[in-house]
Design a protein around this ligand. Structure first.
Ligand code: ADP
Ligand code: MG
Length: 353
């Protein structure tokens, strides 16, 4: 029998990093979330060759203090969480201290950063593959941080080739993700949707404002003999359930839990199923933020934190479907006049009514 021995540290680092940074989207997501966690109000995101050569996120956040330079990209080093108990009350996007160390393993990674009292002097930090600080150099720079990722997956050739093959689609996914963050950022959702998708998109939407109450399928605790009730508030916007107001492709659907963008496939399916029963031929635009107690879900399911485990998804979805159907029934389902005229008089320019 072959000897059982430990995998060398460098290989373990590569393998684990590939689970944190799985694709182009996770690079953008981790950098943007770090900027938002640092209190940034303006982000500039640059791509070279659709991100294959470079993804760079520049922010105007608080910057990194010099005493943290040594540790910033070391694995499981974070300024956001120090013990597992803190997870329940977490209000930052990041908490695992893995993104920067993973980027060092998978790409050429560097940071330029300045705190308010240092600008216009900044420091450029370069790192080893392990995440260890290799070099610092004083450069010019404003308050904030610029994180640059060059040649992503250069050390995982199979994944690099796969990414090159699908780069157009992957880049499209990155843009959709960035739109989701932009929609949830400062300002009202309405303003953000208008800025990103245009006033026409907004005009086809109705507000989502649902209070869901449901009994958990497996009550975890009973307070003085009373049955426990879970409450969730769903807020956002969705297409009116009318032909012409939806879209042919479901590429504009964004889901959040307490303002954290995430993939919620079961919730997405519930929305689409109910919508389809009112408008068979199109998919809705969806912006849905599920606001709930932090004890009702777990973000610490996968290293990339995209998957959120909702503790009582079954009962929640049933309740959501009923509320949605009621909302669509009550919504104005008349086809807008402009469309009726538009289809009759095709070819001629229509005045908006
Ligand atoms: P996490 O976000 O889970 O803490 P990361 O590896 O993403 O782990 O980042 C490590 C640490 O580096 C963060 O905890 C934060 O202190 C610092 N950091 C990363 N990006 C930025 C940034 N854009 N501005 C300020 N600090 C940052
Ligand atoms: Mg992070």
């Amino acid at each position: 029998m072959a000897t059982i021995k430990a995998i060398e540290a460098r290989s373990v680092h590569q393998i684990q990093s590939g689970q944190v940074i799985t694709d182009l989207c996770s690079v953008a997501k981790e950098l943007v979330e770090n900027s938002l966690d640092a209190g940034a109000t303006t982000l500039e995101i640059r791509f070279k060759n659709n991100g294959l050569d470079l993804i760079e996120v520049q922010d105007n956040g608080g910057g990194i203090s010099p005493e943290n330079y040594e540790n910033v990209a070391l694995k499981h080093y974070t300024s956001k969480l120090s013990s597992y108990d803190d997870l329940a009350s977490l209000h930052t996007f990041g908490f695992r201290g893995e993104a920067l160390s993973s980027l060092c393993a998978l790409a050429d990674f560097q940071i330029v950063t300045a705190q308010a009292n240092q600008a216009p002097r900044a420091n450029r930090l370069e790192f080893e593959v392990s995440g260890k600080l290799r070099k610092t150099q004083i450069v010019a720079g404003q308050r904030g941080t610029t994180a640059s990722v060059a040649g992503i997956f250069k050390r995982l050739p199979v994944r690099r080739r796969e990414l090159e093959k699908n780069i157009k689609r992957e880049y499209g996914k990155v843009l959709s993700l960035l739109h989701a963050y932009a929609c949830i950022s400062t300002g009202t959702t309405k303003e953000n949707i208008t800025n990103i998708y245009g006033a026409k998109t907004l005009a086809a939407l109705i507000p989502l404002d649902l209070d869901l109450e449901f009994k958990p399928s497996m009550p975890t605790q009973r307070v003085s003999g009373e049955e426990q009730t879970n409450r969730i508030h769903v807020r956002g916007h969705i297409s009116r359930p009318v032909f012409g107001e939806g879209r042919q492709t479901p590429d504009r659907q964004m889901f959040f839990v307490n303002s954290r963008p995430c993939a919620l496939p079961q919730i997405a399916k519930a929305f689409n199923d109910v919508y389809k029963s009112f408008n068979v031929s199109q998919s809705p635009f969806i912006f849905a933020d599920l606001q709930m107690d932090t004890s009702a879900y777990d973000v610490n399911v996968s290293p990339d934190k995209r998957t959120i485990m909702l503790h009582d998804a079954g009962a929640m979805i049933e309740s959501l479907k009923i509320s949605l159907a009621q909302m669509f029934e009550a919504a104005d389902q008349t086809v807008p006049q402009s469309q009726i005229l538009g289809s009759k008089a095709s070819g001629t320019k229509q005045q908006a009514l």
